[in-house]
Design a binder for this molecule. Structure first.
Ligand code: MCN
Ligand code: CUN
Length: 793
């Protein structure tokens, strides 16, 4: 009577996503679905200018509109010392502007009214007198002599530099370059983009005068962090704050930072003692909330003639917008940029990084990234291809030659990370085989003779996923770990809660699978809850694909605690000592007589009805898990493309992805994550960017300008898998949620550049719009830098 793990929805089962039954029937419960008695509505007035002094704000006409309950301005907030808030990166950010506006779309005032339409109309009735100031939209302008200081609110800020940071071994790297046969160079720009979940951000703050308790329903990927931040900033005791993150319509990193709208809705509810709802519109979301990327990269590689990489130099200039509000928990200024080149055996490297303020919306560093990893891996893989081209080497061969080998783990990366497992070569060979590498190279040569431009691009990378461990990661001093709490009811059904928060990744499905694997309780008998700080154990939320590495590990650990107690109960029921019983999935049995046993469900019932003497009743527990290291999944992405020389349009012929995320809890969900990630990678390479004109007007603030690929544009992807278990994770799993977005873009770009081989073009910056490809091809030069502002609008 052994339980069949796949049948009960355990590890490796392609279990259908349980949350989807409500999502696809329109029965999800999103913030905007929630209506509370007496609820008011808030709208935000945003700045039309990117940089301007505020001379006055006159709200009298707005206040006179029937149905308007409150107008909040920077001045009013300042009187309560709330006009500025701390950011997650030790900077400050204006909640509502007081002295100046610093980017287009910045929050200037908020109106609370009986309905959202009145509030919106009233926003338009507010008269703001601005005095326009010179605008800065890129790092070159930001660091030019005499550039206006954007952050003149900060005492010791006399320029626009946010940070100047370096890491690695400068002298050692210089020596490697001195010894190099060839130095390969590349400059790139990774344009600003936006996670753009379908659901925008929003909140309902409900301050209850009777109990003095503040409940906030909000779109957040990290409810406990928000609770702590509200407690610190608003000085409300932490136990009097309840943050509820209900169903989220996607996050992709957009819902990690703390936005002014959340803060003002809370203040408004406290002032009015009524619930206040704020739901951002699409333009508000695209124009003002956590963008990703926007970074200039310059790199050099020291190479031996045979292709061996001897050292790497990197410099980055990152554009953080008006406030340094990166939501990244590492101790490093530029996130995990220096995890670049982790899959290659490179002795030495050096990175310098400079961050600047500009008159653009503040960054979140978010967009399916692990804190600049997307840029790091793009850069790495573009560099490797450029190096192969410079040396006249095959692009697969240069990777083979430099990969960290399977038995060289643990491996110290050139910047000091410790990778612990992988089969990089195997992944690459599977990918090459699947795409038909050798054949394609021949096909490419043949096609050339007929004037057709075919290209193939490879991108291989290992990505640090997890955040923590607590040694290296914290948010404002709060250590990075995560948690799970499991209650097994007397009938053997269970409730599991974690400190993570799904935004669409399927935690309700996969966490139950881990419990099924550990305890043999069918996954369908386990309900999973996340996102309510009054019930969920403390956790750091979901980003950096940390849920499986950290909260998922906690689910295993708490299940094992439950199993340990159940074993004692089983011994009692079987009237033997604990040493005499064995465990198989779902059941304890007598070693001497395997037919005699008790199921986990029988143990659960006994936990409430028939306990050994002196044992505490009940079958529940919790676990806090601080992982010993990050997890290091690997991805190999290979694209073949054809470029139309007459138009610059490129089509994807084939795409192969080989992902190794260790043990897969739910292979179907993993494939869904990879498919979604590749669609975003394709978007980035092909069409997606937000740019600004010289006055700081944001071009990309709606779906006419900011393109999301639909099923129609998105190419098909062929997926393969390799499993190298994570050596420190309780079930051997590694994170996977971002791998494809991180590794994917370089495969597309490398393929297009490969198709243009022989024309002298080494680089076209993303997105590879047809006009940029056409220009590169016809004029034989690189097309670099910030994408042009669209003039056809
Ligand atoms: N999984 C698995 N086996 C593994 C690894 C993961 O079955 N070895 C499953 C997990 O159990 C989970 C899913 O795959 O159901 C993703 O797990 P994980 O890699 O741990 O990532 P997170 O759950 O922490 O999700 C975060 C990650 C990030 S940071 C972004 S951004 C992103 C992404 O996930 N945003 C998403 N994928 C998204 N998918 C959807 N639908 N919506 C988003 O907003
Ligand atoms: Cu950086 S986007 Mo995800 O880590 O939430």
């Amino acid at each position: 009577m052994t339980v069949d793990e796949v049948k009960i929805g355990g590890l490796g089962a392609k279990r259908r996503r349980v949350e989807d039954s409500r999502f696809i029937r329109g029965m999800g419960n999103y913030v905007d679905d929630i209506t509370l008695p007496g609820m008011l509505h808030m709208e935000i007035l945003r700045s039309p200018l990117a940089h301007a002094r505020i001379k006055s704000v006159d709200a009298s006409a707005a206040l006179a509109i029937p149905g308007v309950q409150l107008v909040l301005t920077g001045e009013l907030l300042a009187s309560r010392n709330l006009a500025w808030m701390p950011t997650l990166s030790y900077d400050t950010q204006a909640v509502l502007a007081t002295d100046k506006v610093r980017f287009q779309g910045q929050e200037v005032a908020c109106v609370v009214a009986d309905d959202p339409y009145i509030a919106k109309d009233a926003c338009e009735a507010i008269v703001v007198d601005y005095e326009a100031l010179p605008v800065i939209v890129n790092p070159t302008q930001a660091t030019a002599n005499g550039a206006p200081v954007i952050r003149d609110d900060k005492e010791n800020q006399h320029d626009n530099v946010v940070f100047d940071w370096e890491v690695g071994d400068k002298d050692g790297t210089d020596r490697a370059f001195a010894a190099a046969d060839v130095v390969s160079e590349l400059e790139l720009h990774y344009p600003r983009s936006h996670p753009s979940p379908i659901e925008t951000c929003g909140s309902i703050a409900d301050f209850d005068r009777a109990t003095s308790k503040l409940t906030v329903y909000m779109t957040t990927q990290a409810p406990h962090i928000i609770r702590a931040a509200v407690a610190m900033v608003a000085e409300i005791p932490e136990h009097m704050i309840r943050i509820v993150s209900p169903d989220l319509g996607g996050g992709f990193g957009n819902k990690v930072p703390i936005y002014p709208g959340y803060v003002v809705s809370i203040l408004a509810s406290i002032l009015l003692e009524r619930p206040v709802k704020w739901i951002e519109d699409k333009t508000g979301n695209l124009i003002s909330t956590g963008f990703g990327r926007d970074i200039y990269l310059r790199g050099q590689m020291a190479l031996r003639n045979d292709g061996k990489i001897l050292g790497v130099r990197m410099h980055t200039d990152s554009d953080h917008g008006a406030f340094f509000s990166d939501a990244q928990p590492s101790k490093f200024k530029i996130g995990l940029m220096h995890a670049a080149f982790a899959c290659y055996d490179i002795p030495v490297a050096h990175l310098t990084a400079r961050g600047v303020y500009t008159n653009k919306a503040p960054g979140g560093v978010a967009y399916r990234c692990s804190f600049r990893i997307t840029e790091a891996m793009f850069f790495q893989e573009r560099m490797v291809q450029a190096a192969a081209d410079d040396l006249g080497l095959d692009q697969a061969e240069i990777r083979r030659l430099n990969f960290v080998k399977d038995d060289d783990f643990p491996h110290r990366t050139p910047f000091g990370f410790l990778t612990d497992s992988g089969q990089y070569g195997k992944c690459l060979e599977i990918g090459l085989e699947a795409i038909g590498y050798e054949d394609f190279l021949k096909q490419k040569e043949e096609a050339r003779k007929n004037g057709r431009l075919l290209g193939i691009g490879i991108s291989t990378m290992t990505e640090p996923l997890g955040a923590g461990n607590s040694r290296e990661y914290d948010i404002l001093g709060i250590k990075m770990f995560d948690s799970a709490e499991l209650r097994v009811h007397m009938t053997g059904k269970a409730l599991l809660r974690t400190g993570a928060k799904s935004q669409g990744q399927g935690h309700e499905t996969t966490w139950a699978q881990i419990v099924a694997h550990e305890l043999g309780i069918p996954a369908d008998d386990v309900v999973v809850e996340e996102g309510d700080t009054d019930t969920a154990p403390f956790g750091m939320g979901t980003y950096a694909s940390r849920s499986t590495p950290v909260a998922g590990a906690a689910v295993s650990m708490v299940s094992r605690k439950i199993r340990a107690k159940a074993r004692k109960i089983a011994a009692h029921l079987l009237e033997v000592s604990e040493e005499d019983i064995e465990w198989e999935l779902g059941r304890f049995y007598l070693r001497s007589s395997p037919d005699s046993g008790v199921t986990i469900q029988e143990c659960a019932m006994a936990a409430y009805s028939n306990l050994p003497d002196g044992m505490e009743p009940g079958l529940e527990n919790n676990a806090y898990y601080d992982p010993p290291n990050l997890t290091w999944p690997f991805g190999c992405y290979i694209a073949t493309v054809e470029v139309d020389p007459l138009t610059g349009v490129w089509d994807v012929l084939n795409f192969v992805a080989v992902d190794d995320c260790g043990v897969r809890i739910n292979p179907m969900i993993v494939e869904g994550q990879i498919m979604g990630g590749l669609a975003e990678a394709y978007a980035m390479a092909n069409m997606q960017f937000i740019t600004f004109d010289s006055e700081g007007n944001c071009v990309g603030s709606n779906y006419m300008d900011y393109l999301l690929p639909t099923a129609w544009e998105t190419p098909g992807f062929e997926l393969h898998e390799v499993v190298t278990p994570c050596p420190h994770h309780p079930i051997g799993a590694k994170g996977v949620g971002e791998c494809a977005t991180v590794g994917g873009p370089a495969a597309f770009v490398n393929a297009v550049i490969d198709a243009l081989k022989g024309t002298g073009v080494r680089n076209i910056d993303m997105p590879l719009l047809p006009d940029r490809v056409y220009e590169a091809l016809t004029e034989g030069h690189d097309v670099s830098g910030s994408p042009p502002v669209r003039t056809d609008l």
